[in-house]
Write a protein that binds this ligand. Sequence first.
Ligand SMILES: [Zn+2]
Ligand SMILES: [Zn+2]
Length: 295
Amino acid sequence: MHLRPDARRLINYLHELPHRPVRFCPWCDATDLRFRSQPARQRLARYYCRSCRKSCNSLSDSPFANLHRMDQWAAFAVYLLAGWSSVQIAARFGLTSKVYFSWGRAVGVVMAEECAELHQWWTTRQFRENLQPPEHIERQQRAVVTWLEATLNARHARCPKCGGGQTYRIKGLRPKFKCDRCVTCFCTLSATPLTGMIRADLWVDFIKGVMDGQSIQDLKRSSGLGMGASKRWREQFLLLIEALGHSELLGWIVWMRSRRSNEVVSLVRQGGCLDMATRSVYPQGLRKGRFVSKQ
Ligand SMILES: [Zn+2]
Ligand SMILES: [Zn+2]
């Protein structure tokens, strides 16, 4: 595995952290420590401070104090820096989510203290904040929006039945046309994943939200659709992006989606609350979404 040089330094540091010599008391900085004991049951040597009458070991003042399985911390940091997800790492080491988060927090604190540059590199990738799309992704995003707007606003189309160009657009938001020669109506969306979708006025904003990695809840809140419709629309637009051949954009959406979910999780952990949806495209009334009991 290829690692940055400062990552290697961090891993060595974590490897040697439990075995570093204790020279002074972490509680009162006194130096007259007395070696106390290392019974077989205890993992680290304990020292006794005569000035403050407390005992300590080599981890007492580190973020790893009271954490178990010290021989695996360095390997844990390797997987963390290699970009494995929390689920993958927890399964690999047999950790519960609580232990995973205490190890991750401890590694983060040590990294911030020992290798500040590495910590900066890692946090921008880990928490995925303030990410601007790279140039080729931005071009693909613009291409998708342009395709959608051009399809919705097209004035002419070629008839799929007779191939004639003498067609007239039928009034409405969906691009429906009438062919003069063979007297048929057709819609240019018929062969695309957008077939059968209504409310074409919401599409452009919706697909921009999908490309920004918004969750179903976010899309529901901004568009005013219901949960089911938001979910279905998102899938249909993802199919459209795939059909247009922008596979890198799909990877970007997965990435942005995990960034957004990270953002929401930290907001909720800090006691925040997401806004409720305030608008809806559906007619509102007493019978909406509930049973009306007979009086
Ligand atoms: Zn002391
Ligand atoms: Zn025709």
